[in-house]
Write a new protein. Structure first.
Length: 345
């Protein structure tokens, strides 16, 4: 079975302590639902922009945001599909592991969804590679390293997944598990293309199912995209003869700390005394209500007819959902009659 080699240095330990402190501050802050939806949406857009950008996708953050809103952007089809695929995977991240386990089917499904209509050979989507490939820096063309032979891929992936589901790993810090998996997946390089995106999406899934990023606020990929040279250098720094991941984990935990600290600053500003919406704390919403808020965040307004269509319910049931959100001060009614609609409060 895969057995990662690393040491807990003072730098890693300090990063983990500060990450834990920041995470607790975020989760215990007084946030109203529309802010939670906004933070989750921002993180999704930043992650999609960053993770595809690391591999050379030229779309700007504004263009990614436009695509996330369902509007068209005049760009190359491959670039557009890469971003849309990544957005789709992040928005449905919870569906990839309903039983909180990650198996081979999960990996293949995730890769297929990430690479749909973007590969030169569509049959390579969601299938292990059958030839040797090189890991190359998309910006400089420099060869980072040569992955294992293709015939070793299934066994190496199986070993990684067994480790990921082991009792030992369940007791290991969430961030370290995500970082170790990220590196080992890139090292194995199980697919012809899309390995980096899959590794980063896999890290996001790990942090989600382990409860670290249950609210999906953290744009971890943004840090790696901000200095791509450092990202590739950190990956390349691991000695292939002993695979000591200590240096990589120092870099990885630092990236998580920077990202989570940015979210903490934003959350603390939103939840300051002047902006608190509910002195008793956070308002819990159902999944259906969260979808209504997400629609409002994208479109600006919503009607009972739209809600009825969204969930396949009667207008009376839709109006009941909207009334509940109005009663807790999240949305408000504007206009009357046929022109009546709801907006965020």
């Amino acid at each position: 079975m895969f057995n990662p080699n690393f040491k807990i240095t003072n730098r890693i330990l300090n990063n983990l302590v500060e990450i834990t402190s920041s995470r607790e501050a975020i989760l215990n802050s007084h946030l109203i639902p529309k802010w939670e939806v906004s933070l989750r949406r921002e993180a999704t857009i930043k992650n999609a922009h960053a993770s595809t950008g690391i591999e050379g996708n030229p779309l700007t953050i504004e263009e990614v945001s436009t695509l996330a809103s369902g509007r068209k952007v005049m760009v190359a089809k491959k670039d557009r599909e890469e971003v849309l695929n990544y957005l789709n995977v992040l928005e449905h991240i919870a569906e990839y592991s309903p039983d909180s386990k990650i198996g081979e089917k999960t990996l293949l499904k995730m890769h297929k969804d990430l690479t749909k209509e973007t590969l030169q050979r569509e049959d390579y989507s969601g299938r292990y590679r059958d030839r040797q490939v090189l890991v190359v820096n998309g910006n400089t063309g420099e060869v980072v390293f040569t992955p294992p032979p293709s015939d070793e891929v299934p066994g190496l992936v199986e070993d990684l997944l067994e480790w990921l589901d082991s009792h030992e790993t369940r007791d290991t810090n969430d961030i370290l598990v995500a970082g170790i998996t990220h590196y080992e997946f890139v090292r194995i390089h199980p697919f012809v293309d899309g390995n980096g995106r899959t590794a980063r999406a896999l890290s996001t899934l790990i942090l989600y199912i382990r409860g670290f990023d249950a609210k999906r606020f953290f744009a971890l990929d943004d840090y790696y995209n901000s200095d791509r040279r450092s990202y590739y250098d950190a990956l390349k720094s691991v000695d292939q003869s002993i695979l000591d991941l200590t240096g990589w984990l120092e870099y990885f935990t630092e990236g998580v700390l920077v990202s989570i600290s940015q979210v903490k600053g934003r959350v603390l500003r939103l939840s300051s005394d002047k902006l608190k919406k509910d002195k008793k704390g956070q308002i819990a919403l159902t999944e259906r209500q969260m979808r209504i808020i997400e629609h409002l965040n994208r479109k600006g307004k919503i009607t009972s007819g739209v809600v009825a269509d969204m969930f396949g319910v009667s207008r009376q049931a839709a109006l009941k959902e909207l009334t509940k959100l109005g009663d807790i001060g999240v949305i408000r009614l504007v206009g009357s009659g046929r022109g009546a609609h709801y907006v965020l409060e």
